[in-house]
Structure formats: structure tokens, C-alpha cells
Ligand binder design. Structure first.
Ligand code: TMP
Length: 206
């Protein structure tokens, strides 16, 4: 029996970390063994790469930046995600490769063909079973994120964040069977209920 991979995606301030934890609790209450994780990160090695990407103020070349995200992702997939799935656990990840498509391709101009090459090299054909896109207008997400210290990405301009939102919505339009779009401007309880309805329906849980 292999587990399931569920990912959360969306712009900054959409509430992904809260909803990742709430979905993990919901699944655990149903008796599912869950691994709750995040990207960039999820292993010590990938968290070390995260520090370079998220808290530094370096001006990476965009393709270099995509390579760093995939380097972190390979560590995460090989050492944490695949072993968990192989032992029947469900993995809930706060971000996965759709973030690279949205931020590095739509946001920073990396060619989609280059992302595809990196993805295949780093993680083969692994795909999430379900991706929950927490969609929120950029201004609302940015307002919410004001309270915390800005990451390198949060410090980037509104235009980039608008392109990132468009990117996520286009991915959802292209792959409607994998991605469900959730209105993340609602209060957290309503978002959590919407997430649970999608997950229960998709996997036949009750
Ligand atoms: P977080 O704020 O959701 O923890 O994510 C850290 C930042 O990293 C977020 O602003 C988006 C960015 N990011 C990318 O640009 N590409 C990626 O592939 C991933 C996973 C995250």
C-alpha cells in the first residue's frame, strides 16, 4: 500500500502553513498516518538550502534559483517523501513543484522547458495526488503577511506577486483533475472546512 501526497500552494499570506497543519490533524483524527512537511525544506539538508533562498538578500540568476529549489526538493523527496509514501503514510506538504513554476517561471522568467528538465532530473515523475491552491488577491495576502518579518520573496515587488498568482491559476486551469482552487480570503475555519470537503471527496474519506 502506498500513501498519498497532498500539497498546498498559493501566494504569500494565503494561510498555507495553518491549513497544512489543520489538514494533517483532520487526517490523523481519521486514523491516517500523516507526515506534515514544507518546501523549501523538510530535511536538514533542504532546510540549509532554504536559508540561502529565503532569508538571504542575494540576487540569484533565476535558473540558478530554480536549480537550488530543485536541489532542496530532491533531498526532500528522496529522504522524506518517498520513504513515507512507500510505508503507506500520507504526506501533506506546504508547497511543492508548482511553486517553482509559479515563482521561478511565471514570476522570474525561467523557461517552462528548463523547469521540466530540472524536475525530471530531480524527482522523476513524482506528482501530488491532490494539490490545494489557496487563492487570495495579492493585496490581501500581502496585508496579512505584514505582521511577520519579510522573506526575500515577500520583499519582491507586487508585479512579481501578481504574475505568481496568475501562474498558479493557470496551472489549476491546465490540470483541473489534480488542483482544487480554494478561496483563501475566507476565515481560517471556512478554508479548513472547504479543504476537508475536497480531500474527503477526492479520497472517499468520511
Ligand atoms: P514560505 O514563505 O511559503 O515558507 O516559502 C518560502 C518562499 O519560497 C515563498 O515566498 C515562495 C518561495 N518559493 C519559490 O520561489 N520557489 C519554490 O519552488 C518554493 C518551494 C518556494
Amino acid at each position: 500500500m502506498t500513501g498519498r501526497l497532498i500539497t498546498f500552494e498559493g501566494g504569500d499570506g494565503a494561510g498555507k502553513s495553518t491549513q497544512t497543519a489543520r489538514l494533517a490533524d483532520y487526517l490523523a483524527d481519521l486514523g491516517v498516518e500523516v507526515v506534515c512537511t514544507r518546501e523549501p525544506g523538510g530535511t536538514a539538508e533542504a532546510e540549509a538550502i532554504r536559508l540561502l533562498l529565503v532569508s538571504g538578500d542575494r540576487g540569484w540568476d533565476p535558473l540558478t534559483e530554480a536549480m537550488l529549489h530543485f536541489a532542496a526538493r530532491r533531498e526532500h523527496v528522496e529522504k522524506r517523501i518517498r520513504p513515507a509514501l512507500a510505508s503507506g503514510k500520507w504526506v501533506v506538504s506546504d508547497r511543492f513543484y508548482d511553486s517553482t513554476v509559479a515563482y521561478q517561471c511565471y514570476g522570474q522568467g525561467v523557461a517552462p522547458e528548463d523547469e521540466a528538465v530540472l524536475r525530471r532530473l530531480a524527482i522523476g515523475d513524482l506528482q501530488p495526488d491532490l494539490t490545494l491552491l489557496l487563492d487570495i488577491p495579492v493585496a490581501v495576502g500581502r496585508e496579512r503577511a505584514l505582521a511577520r518579518q519579510k522573506s526575500r520573496y515577500e520583499a519582491m515587488n507586487d508585479d512579481l506577486h501578481l504574475r505568481v498568482r496568475t501562474g498558479f491559476l493557470e496551472i489549476a486551469r491546465r490540470e483541473p483533475e489534480r488542483l482544487a482552487v480554494i478561496d483563501a480570503a475566507q476565515d481560517p475555519d471556512s478554508v479548513a472546512r472547504a479543504v476537508q470537503t475536497v480531500v474527503a471527496g477526492r479520497f472517499g474519506l468520511s
